[in-house]
Write a protein that binds this ligand. Structure first.
Ligand code: SAM
Length: 242
């Protein structure tokens, strides 16, 4: 898999066809024969570097029909639950497959990710995105998670649903002792209900966090946070089965 990076750092997914941009076009035969590290020139002489995409490059460029989780938030989920190689993750809903791809990449070939999605058109997009990143440890299920969960011995259950509390009662049977529930919700009212339900089903170490990220710009006249920022994405609620 290869992508092109232009002189401003903008990235483009490569297909085996002639490549057109505002900077001119690159011939199909140059695209077909290029290798990672090559610099390709358009007919106007503008340069594009060929690189192998990492998980962030790929997720930014892949197809989507819904909003996806951002690196800052998935980074918190991975760090706060201590997710690592060989672990087992259950997720709902899949959406475009962004969180599933991050998880599959982190748990590696010895780990497994099972992801439930109710919309068939989303399932198709997510499966194509997952196989496009060559992951064989991520399984998308066209199933409503409220209809029951078959998987057991999970290290993490990640919920990106409007009403995540609706599945909490099943999670004691799904999680290992010491396993985590993590839920991503945009509204305060959602995690208030979620925390109540997590307590009712005896989950421990309840914690809700928000990650506010500021990009810093370095200019000749001074260094400071950028004027524009993403004000809010979602709250992350964590709990543990002890
Ligand atoms: C915001 S999207 C998830 C985005 C995903 N986390 C990502 O990063 O690409 C929420 C998804 O949950 C799915 N969904 C909603 N209720 C569900 C349910 N009961 N079972 C399975 N999937 C569900 C929706 O169809 C939608 O695709």
């Amino acid at each position: 898999m290869r992508i092109l990076v232009d002189e401003r750092g903008k990235k483009y997914l490569l297909k085996d066809e002639e490549f057109h941009t505002n900077f001119g076009f690159i011939k199909k035969k140059d695209i077909e024969s290029c290798k990672v590290g090559d610099v390709l020139k358009t007919h106007l002489g503008r340069e594009f570097r060929v690189i192998k995409p990492n998980v962030n490059d790929y997720i930014k460029l892949m197809e989507r029909k819904c909003s996806i989780i951002l690196p800052k938030d998935i980074g918190m989920v991975i760090a706060y639950t201590g997710l690592g190689s060989g672990q087992r993750v259950l997720e709902a809903g899949t959406g475009a497959g962004a969180a599933a791809i991050y998880f599959g990449n982190i748990v590696g070939p010895e780990g497994k990710v099972y992801s439930y999605e109710v919309r068939e058109d989303f399932v198709d997009v997510a499966r194509a995105n997952i196989s496009g990143f060559a992951l064989e440890n991520v399984f998308v299920k066209f199933q409503d998670i409220k209809g029951g969960i078959e998987e057991k011995d999970m290290d993490l259950v990640f919920l990106d649903l409007i009403k995540p509390w609706e599945v909490i009662e099943h999670l004691n049977d799904v999680l290992k002792i010491g396993g985590y529930v993590a839920a991503y919700t945009p509204y305060i009212e959602q995690f208030q209900i979620l925390q109540r339900v997590l307590k009712k089903f005896n989950f421990s170490q309840l914690n809700t966090l928000e990650c506010i990220l500021r990009d810093i710009e370095v200019k000749n006249r001074g260094t400071r946070p950028k004027t524009r920022m993403v004000g809010h994405t979602g709250y992350l609620t964590f709990a543990r089965r002890l």
